[in-house]
Ligand binder design. Sequence first.
Ligand code: ATP
Length: 403
Amino acid sequence: MTACGAEDLAQRRAGERIDAAAKATRTLARVMAIRTAALAIGGWLPLVLILAGAPWLVQRGVSAGAVLGAVTYVSRGLQPALQGLVQVLGGSGLWLLVTLSRIAEAAAPDAPGAATGPADRVTGAPEAPRGRPDAVPQGGPGRVELHGVTFGYARSAEPVISALDLVLWPGEHLAVVGPSGAGKSTLAALVAGVLEPQAGRVRLDGVPLRALGTGTLARHRVLIPQEAYVFAGTLRENLTYLAPGATTAEVDAAVDAVGARPLVARLGGYEAAADPRELSAGERQLVALVRAYLPPARLILLDEATCHLDPASEARAEEAFARRPGTLFVCAHRISSALRADRVLVLDGTSTALGTHAELMADSALYRDLVGHWEGAGGEGGGEGDKGAGATEDARATEVSEV
Ligand SMILES: Nc1ncnc2c1ncn2[C@@H]1O[C@H](COP(=O)(O)OP(=O)(O)OP(=O)(O)O)[C@@H](O)[C@H]1O
């Protein structure tokens, strides 16, 4: 063999080795993608199963609050796993994530008129008129409509919510009050699309909730239940996991708005580990509130999500959410929440009253009782658990045992 021929052969062999290495890399990448896809789909399953099985669960005695908590927990647990996936696979991971989201949404495609993508950020939504929001229809995203909504936990039993009509205008702040067991969490679950009414319909910006896919619904509304979940990770991961692209400036703004700065300082900054066992129930709620504040959801539902905060901290957090663009639905733990809202819905079994604080003080005996009970208990400073007579001791006991 000539020197030239030997050189050709060496080059050919080197080329073959490079081809083989490239093929092995591609095969490995495919195996990784398939394995990760299987893991990711497995991760979605609990969420899909809980959402699909919510009516079945509640019919078998699981409370609305427990279903809400489970949905929130599972969807929260999923996000860091998906972020990890993107970090491991880089661009192909992002593609896979987008594909998986599309697959999840394909089961219930967006109905016409359901806005998606960056344009549906709720910035600039017109402010709701104070006092009588139903008098002047508003534009912008965040309009919620309930028409003839009826829901009961057993078909034979009295419905908890009966033929309810309600319209929330974009940017409106509604407080829902009523005695324990009146149906506040059940209503929050219906408005959030976690429970489906047995009769009537719920629409968000004109689109029936059931026509919005799970992924779309999750982008448009954030529901924070009473039980705030914090997962083991950094504080930043916990705060931004519904808004993974949030900048430090955006996180700073949310932390300051909601009143979580002392907590961030105590833990040692955003990169410090957040151990749920070392946080009080109130601190976990602050983490959940910042998390809810950050994404551009058009509807925020707080289901007693500030019940472990002191009254001043609760007021600060609620006022921050009221200033934030988007519609705010608050199941009130203290009657003071009602004083901050544009309108108040009073639930009492199947009867309801809706109006401003002043209107309800004039028209609703139950509302007057609730306010009177709160004032009697010391107003802003001492009104824990003032959902109605009999609730105070239970609520205090809960706060003492959990905080
Ligand atoms: N899974 C269930 N099965 C049967 N009844 C249920 C279920 N979950 C809730 N209920 C009942 O439905 C009614 C409304 O409960 P819901 O939790 O919505 O009330 P609430 O006003 O949020 O109460 P609280 O202020 O104590 O949280 C109550 O009578 C409750 O016992």
